[in-house]
Design a protein around this ligand. Structure first.
Ligand code: HEM
Ligand code: HEM
Length: 178
């Protein structure tokens, strides 16, 4: 029986599930909004939601990384083998890297391209990068390949969660569960 007292703090779980939900919505929304033939109002709405929610994700992830220093992850159950700990640790580090890289690349793509970011513009935040076609194109590629890599890492993460939760039933998933 998993020990329910050994788990992530409430705030860590709140960060995990809010970011997970937003990212799991943002990836398909991002893929849909760039399709040709969408009605203009639908495309505009998706872009506005995508850009501004993406920056919310960045804020949540940065706060979460600070909180992780204050409340480090609880120890994994002893029966989890060393190689799985190392793979999980690497996967989590790469997930965090991409959760920062994706919004930053998205921001640069939009601002270097001379497009608006409604919330930041309304607050009067100046653009942090110059307008530049070359920079916008570079950031667009980073954002595109980053999305593929993030999707693969999330796929691995979900398979691992399924394996621990449904096959091993070793208490790993309970550490992050509600
Ligand atoms: C965790 C955060 C984010 C995720 C997971 C994400 C994911 C995606 C995905 C899957 C696509 C479609 C594939 C592509 O063309 O790249 C996309 C496109 C796009 N995203 Fe994001 N995004 C994030 C944050 C942002 C932010 C913060 C912005 C801008 C402020 C942004 C701006 C864009 C733009 C402009 C496109 C269309 C790319 C183009 O064709 O020009 N994204 N995003
Ligand atoms: C149904 C979906 C998901 C489930 C069941 C799930 C489950 C879990 C579990 C059980 C852990 C703890 C693992 C451990 O400490 O070894 C964890 C950690 C983590 N998850 Fe998820 N996850 C899901 C979705 C996501 C998504 C979509 C993302 C990324 C956007 C994500 C990012 C992370 C990160 C970065 C950690 C490391 C937490 C830390 O130690 O700071 N998860 N997840």
């Amino acid at each position: 029986m998993p020990d329910r007292s050994i788990r992530y703090s409430f705030l860590s779980r709140a960060f995990h599930w809010s970011v997970a939900l937003l990212v799991l919505l943002m990836i398909p929304a991002g893929a849909v909004m760039i399709q040709d033939g969408l009605p203009q109002p639908v495309q505009n709405t998706l872009f506005i939601l995508h850009k501004n929610t993406g920056l919310l994700v960045l804020a949540l992830v940065l706060l979460r990384l600070v909180w992780r220093q204050i409340a480090p992850p609880p120890p994994l159950p002893d029966r989890v083998p060393g190689w799985q700990r190392r793979v999980a640790d690497l996967n989590h580090r790469l997930l965090y890297l991409l959760l920062v890289l994706m919004p930053v690349a998205g921001y640069v793509r939009v601002k270097a391209g001379g497009f608006p970011i409604e919330t930041l513009d309304a607050w009067g935040v100046p653009a942090l990068v110059p307008e530049s076609e070359a920079l916008a194109t570079f950031a667009k590629s980073v954002h595109y390949y980053g999305a593929l890599a993030l999707g693969a890492l999330i796929g691995l993460h979900l398979l691992a969660a399924l394996y621990h939760g449904a096959i091993r039933r070793d208490g790993v998933v309970a550490r992050m569960w509600a």
